[in-house]
Design a protein around this ligand. Sequence first.
Ligand code: MTE
Ligand code: HPA
Ligand code: MOS
Length: 766
Amino acid sequence: MLNKDSSTHTRGESVYLDDVPLLQGTLFGAAFASSIAHGHITSLCLDEAGQMPGVVKIFTWKDIPGDNQIGGIVPDEPLLASHGVDFCGMPIAFVVAETDSAARAALKKIRVEIDPLPVITDPREAQARGALIVPPRQFVLGDTTTAWNECSHVFSGKADTNGQEHLYIETQGAYAIPQENEGLKIYSSTQSPRATQTASCRVTGLPMHQIEVEVTRLGGGFGGKEDQANAWAALCALAAFQLKKPIKYCLHRMEDMAMTGKRHPYSADFKIGLDAQYNILAYEVVFYQNAGAAADLSPAVLERTLFHCTNTYYIPNVKATGYSCRTHLPPNTAFRGFGGPQGMFVIESAIAWAAEQLGIDKTIIQKANLNKTGDLFPYGQKAVSEAQVCWNKTERLYDTASWQAAVQTFNRSNLLYKKGLAWMPICFGISFTNTMMNQARALVHVYADGSVSISTGAVEMGQGVNTKMVQVAAQVFSIRPQRIRVQSTSTHRIANTSPSAASATADLNGKATLMACTAILERLREVAADQFGATTGNIRLQDEVVCVNGERTDWNWHKLVSAAFGKRVNLSEHAHYATPEIFFDKTKEKGHPFAYHVYGTSVTVVTLDCLRGTYEFDAVKIVHDFGASMNPAIDRGQIEGGLVQGMGWMTMEEIVYDAQGRLRSNTLSNYKVPDIYSVPREILIHPLQTDTDNAAIFRSKAVGEPPLMYGIGAFFAIRDAIRAFNPAALVPFDAPLTPEKTLMALYGKNKKEGADKLKASAQVSL
Ligand code: MTE
Ligand code: HPA
Ligand code: MOS
């Protein structure tokens, strides 16, 4: 089925937050943010700003009737700074004015004096000073201490990844409208209506039933609106609650970039041990997560880093430690992969480093250690593995041996251009790592005219979840998708939602929808059975026609529904789904946290311009484990998008904060994201239909996040090309590998060997 949003998207008719028609009397908000990363507020003068034309009121923490607190996991994040500031971009005041421009003009007239305090931007430094968000976590399997003795080879090193700007096309924003009896309705661009509702309740002091959060759709979230849509909604709620006027605030791009957190940068130390056959026997890793100034989702992100620290490899002895380090940066947050990519980069670095020291191809170690069904992950869950299937299929389907040979031939005969090739197998666990969050609800109405309405907790953000919900209902009822409408996401219709995140949205909400539709269908079949003197077991709906014992009758869907309505049969259902069998015991750091894992393998080939340090990707070829895709077009789109987003993180997207904690990469002219020219020339995706039973909706495995990790292959492909040019080059495991860093690596260290190699190859090729 075509993505149901495609026609309104292409016509510009899809409704986002900023398209919600404004009520008369709507006022506009704008946040005044700290330009100092750490310090005491000694004075705040709002007089001049307050007298600016059109300004209605300027809110500070003193105007908050409830708690000045929006922290989700840890209550450590004030909505508005009171006595001190902890990061550049921290909101201090909220101006409300008659127009958007009046509010922003007033921001310039606010005077604040801040006594600066020392600024920490480096997570290792924060850890050394004991500045942790939560106590450290440690996952242990086997015993690394004794295992080192059995290793023939042991290598250690350091691997770092930088952050990433979400760059959703639609910036953050909210629109709060007062309702009767003190209630509020908030339109928000949020992945988590419940979290947005909760934060707004906390700040206003209202109970949850007084605040409705409604979401039409998002122009992208990518994790950036899982927790960080809340502040803007809470600010609007605060002002709407106090002024009894509708309040709207949509952030400008630069405000959004400066005030919101990003993917967590990580620094890590690793130690890897192998036996003579290159089996990895032991792996130790310590992660220093740069959490920023408040917890936000950092503890959960760190947990997923630990879950994915061995990627898709079976390693019998593992010790993985994670520190969530408090720095003076905007609180970092969820971003596609949720800490998993950061963990996987480190094990890939460790393998690359080991291979380099051993003088063998990295793939030898990768392939030798792919997990098998029954192997234990460090957290105690047994793998149901497709790793080897995906790898072997990749070899055969894309004839990688010839491809590899062609790369070598190219490199032998080219002087200034070198190609690099890298394999990237992935394995990603599906479920919120916090078991409690794996629940969802759906409310399905079949109207008397035969049209169907679905409400779930799912938020459409471009990933196509609404289309999948339509598919579920259409399949259960066997009716045309045109009869089915997915409603906006509202906390009044569906309560206590989990965020649309963890790639699990279609699974969780789809299963709830499936349950609701199935319950209604059962009642409809009883009506038909009654009519035709049959048992319900012999009634089927097929292409909108009621069939008895496989024979078509003259009753269609519409007739059946009206008959049921006439007989006072309940045509509505509210269903609740909770993922079965999953659990996790944090005291032991063991359990079965994931409903299932998604596997896949990619091969990336890059061509490097060794004079300039620039590169182009020839191709990325993928075999991806879909289970049984319920919408191949949407899923393919998710893979292409995730891949390119991951490649951007690994190659060109470079977040820069200066030592004072100020964001330097604060515009789209100095923060580069992949564009049409930087995507691979060829992306091939083979949808591997895997037969193992899984807990996904219609066995269609979650696809939102896993493909991002194919992007890690880009880093190692470039690295491979650099070393083809200069075998002695020392290329740090420090992503992103921008053209600048690439150029440094090509010529920086061991220049002499590089130059000699250049001469030697010149003699061959010229
Ligand atoms: N695709 C689009 N177009 N826009 C998005 O914001 N978010 C990603 C992924 N794909 C995103 C996207 C992230 S971070 C997640 S967790 C999943 O979609 C969430 O949706 P799902 O659970 O339905 O896969
Ligand atoms: N993944 C994504 N988002 C989340 C998770 C998770 O495991 N836990 C809480 N939010
Ligand atoms: Mo995605 S990072 O789980 O929103």
